[in-house]
Ligand binder design. Structure first.
Ligand code: GLN
Length: 194
């Protein structure tokens, strides 16, 4: 099973390593045609305005909408979460507008630009080690969105059907259980395909 990592900007290699630990194969995606070769896609952290601009420039907006529209799973981490959201607080234009969430960028305050913690995530037995870097939070979720984890009452992991998002960077620790969770989503989506 192959899972792509959008390789326009951001933390790509670390995701590929984490995917490898699940037994699936991770591969960088630089051109839209390469989406045909993978069954799931990770949009990594980085800088969401830059990733959004590059996605527009290289045709990924329509291509990823189509990919997700076919039921293939997409996982956005940090900036990847922001580009998947239907709405961004503060009037900035949204990018893919795929997931029914409203996000606030850089939401944890300057003095706490980055921090780590152990998070309970629904569907994973023991707490997950989470690294937050200038992280967004999910301010509002639509009726079909399942909240998977909260930190200080703020939503930081969520799922809507084949879409998964986390505010934090699961690829920056040895803990690959969120990648395993995603790989299981990809596996399940593949086995229901006609
Ligand atoms: N602060 C970044 C943004 O708003 C996201 C940071 C990250 O991906 N680590 O795009």
């Amino acid at each position: 099973m192959k899972i792509g990592v959008l390789a326009l900007q951001g933390a790509v290699t670390e995701h590929i390593v984490s995917i490898g630990k699940t037994g699936a194969e991770g591969t960088p995606i630089k051109r839209v045609e390469q989406l045909d070769e993978v069954e799931g896609l990770i949009i990594p952290g980085g800088e969401s305005t830059t990733i959004g601009k590059l996605m527009h420039k290289y045709g990924f907006i329509d291509a990823i909408r189509e990919f997700a529209g076919q039921g293939k799973p997409v996982f956005g981490t940090c900036a990847g979460l922001i580009v998947l959201a239907k709405e961004i607080v503060g009037g900035e234009s949204a990018h893919l507008e795929l997931m029914d969430i409203t996000v606030q960028r850089n939401a944890f305050g300057r003095q706490r630009e980055s921090f780590e913690c152990d998070l309970d995530v629904k569907g994973i037995d023991e707490p997950v080690r989470a690294v937050f870097i200038r992280a967004p939070l999910i301010e509002k979720v639509g009726p079909n969105v399942e909240v998977l984890s909260v930190y200080n009452d703020e939503i930081v992991t969520a799922r809507e059907g084949n879409l998964l998002v986390s505010s934090f960077h699961p690829e920056l620790t040895d803990d690959y259980r969120l990648h395993q969770y995603f790989a299981d989503m990809v596996q399940a989506a593949g086995s229901t395909e006609q």
